[in-house]
Design a protein around this ligand. Structure first.
Ligand code: SAH
Length: 542
């Protein structure tokens, strides 16, 4: 065997571990959907990334593998841009020049029908080294799902990957006579819409009409479906597709045996799952729907992300910076969200200080997610109330002190319950905004088109601001979806807007929100008992 050749210019060898900070760009194949099909190296790179550039529909659970503070950026896919690959390439160059550790997360494998050349050209031209981590391409997941061999000693001695997208386009490079004459397996990516065209061309060029075909819809997703048909039925337009896009079409004698048509994904993910077949719209800010998405998927549902608020800096850091300088003068520092913890910690570190600046101040977190954010910042939580809302926090806090000094680290806009309650009890309260939740103006185009692709069953509403924004940006559509509300406060806002929720979480957290949807669905289906998702903590609250 020849010795390994050096990587071509522009392509770096894998980064040495512990190489220290600095810019680096890694193109990572995300696999076909199931996070379990990401490679270990891909996971490592994702965890270490400061910035993840991803396509609109990569699974939430994968993005959540990135560090909570990693910036998530949707790859430019502006329909008006004649070369979206180059636009993404320019973005990668810009991020690398800013010294960021960047992961470009692409569905399946980055080198298969994925504009790899277009996206990496700008990096090469700019002389920025990059690394590529391969992924499981959809075809391999489809073959595994259908239980078919892609090659066989008898009659399938090669495998050809084809794009069905160009079928029928003027100047398309496909030569159907050549394709038809190949005796092996053909795999069509992006092949569903134009299947009648390319199938008819193959039959016309001599492939037998009874050539077996396997179609796998949404490989490795919880709602994966496998269907079987023939080339002739595809050509005639009479073949039924087993499920929604994306789908992969495999053509060849090797598809002729194995499992019966319509085989669902592994039973652990679909059998009697309360949210099976349900599509849930997640409205949390980018990077924060992880808990909800994981619980929905564990119960068999699928998620579409449409963040309705963006977390940004508050109008001024002045009050928070001043509070941090005086942090050790407070009896309690109270955090009412994970975002508040992150904003506080960022400003603390930016000022060159650390936990010692807090002196003997005790720390309170409103709920489990906020406590986790404190732990991420290496701060222990001294108090988390039983009830995760302002009233619960007041109840827990008041008995702990007489005439204390309290710092409330909060959103720019929000409820005043805590300040009012603490002041009424004689405490001195300082409030400081650590972030602002800004409603979006309008939906991103890719969200609009995803909403048109398939119906939505549920929308999750996780705050009053989200409720108001949902009513504005979804307009008439909202009334057609079932609404899950995270808390009584949010439900009241929804009712005021004319959209009473269908269910409400028993506790204001993501797991309870998903449990409430599952209970609603189970009651609808007449299922007496719900089997909770694997380790999701999403079983119905007692
Ligand atoms: N780089 C990707 C392919 C992108 S082209 C990869 O290696 O898989 C997009 C096409 O891939 C879709 O039209 C569909 O044919 C296929 N595809 C991607 N994900 C899929 C999935 N989960 N199930 C079925 N087909 C999928």
């Amino acid at each position: 065997m020849a010795p390994p050749s050096p990587p071509p210019p522009g392509h770096a060898a894998p980064f040495p571990e512990g190489a220290g900070g600095g810019a680096r760009v890694t193109i990572v194949g995300a696999g076909p959907g199931d996070p379990g099909l990401l490679t270990l190296r891909g996971l490592e790179r994702l965890r270490d990334a400061e910035c993840v550039v991803h396509d609109a529909l990569v699974p939430e659970a994968l993005l959540d593998a990135a560090a909570p503070r990693a910036e998530r950026i949707r790859a430019p896919r502006d329909a008006g841009d004649p070369d979206p690959g180059a636009a993404t390439g320019r973005l990668l160059v810009e991020l690398a020049r800013r010294g960021r550790r960047v992961v470009r997360l692409k569905g399946g494998d980055p080198s298969v029908f994925a504009r790899y050349a277009e996206e990496t050209r700008a990096l090469e031209e700019a002389g920025i080294p990059f690394e590529t981590v391969p992924g499981v391409t959809a075809l391999l997941a489809a073959a595994a799902a259908a239980g078919v061999p892609l090659t066989r000693r008898d009659g399938a001695s090669h495998l050809t990957l084809v794009t069905g997208h160009e079928a029928g386009e003027k100047g398309a490079a496909l030569d159907y006579r050549q394709l038809a004459s190949l005796p092996g397996t053909l795999a069509f990516y992006m092949g569903v819409a134009k299947a009648p065209h390319w199938a008819a061309e193959l039959v016309a060029a001599g492939r037998p009409a009874d050539t077996p075909v396997v179609v796998v819809s949404r490989c490795s997703w919880p709602d994966q479906r496998v269907g079987r048909t023939t080339l002739g039925a595809l050509a005639a337009g009479t073949a039924a597709f087993p499920g929604p896009p994306p789908a992969l079409v495999i053509v060849g004698q090797a598809c002729g045996d194995r499992r019966p048509a319509g085989t669902p994904a592994p039973a652990r993910r679909t059998a009697a799952a309360p949210l099976s077949g349900r599509r849930v719209l997640l409205t949390r800010p980018d990077g924060q729907g992880g808990e909800i998405a994981a619980a929905v998927e564990a119960l068999g549902g699928t998620c579409l992300r449409a963040p309705l608020v963006r977390i940004t800096a508050p109008a001024s850091w002045g009050p928070l910076d001043a509070a941090i300088r005086a942090a050790d003068t407070f009896d309690w520092i109270v955090f009412s969200s994970a975002n508040g913890v992150r904003g506080f910690d960022d400003r603390l570190r930016a000022a060159g200080r650390d936990a010692r600046a807090l002196g003997s101040a005790r720390l309170a977190a409103i709920g489990p997610a906020t406590t986790r954010a404190l732990a991420d910042a290496r701060l222990a939580c001294d108090l988390e109330p039983d009830r995760s809302d302002s009233e619960g926090m007041l109840e827990a806090l008041l008995p702990t002190m007489r005439r204390g000094r309290v710092l409330l680290v909060r959103a720019e806009r929000g409820r005043d319950v805590m300040r009012v309650g603490l002041e009424a009890a004689g405490h001195q309260v300082t409030e400081a905004a650590a972030y602002a939740a800004r409603p979006i103006d309008r939906l991103a185009p890719e969200v609009e088109s995803a909403l048109d692709d398939a119906p939505i069953d549920w929308v999750t509403v996780t705050s009053g601001v989200v409720a108001e924004t949902a009513a504005r940006v979804f307009a008439g559509r909202l009334g057609g979806w079932r609404i899950a509300s995270i808390s009584p406060v949010t439900s009241r806002v929804l009712e005021g807007l004319g959209f009473p929720p269908d269910c409400e979480a028993a506790r204001p957290d993501g797991a309870a929100l998903v449990a409430a949807m599952a209970v609603w669905e189970a009651a609808r289906r007449g299922v007496a008992e719900i089997h909770g998702g694997r380790g999701s903590g999403a079983g119905p609250a007692p």
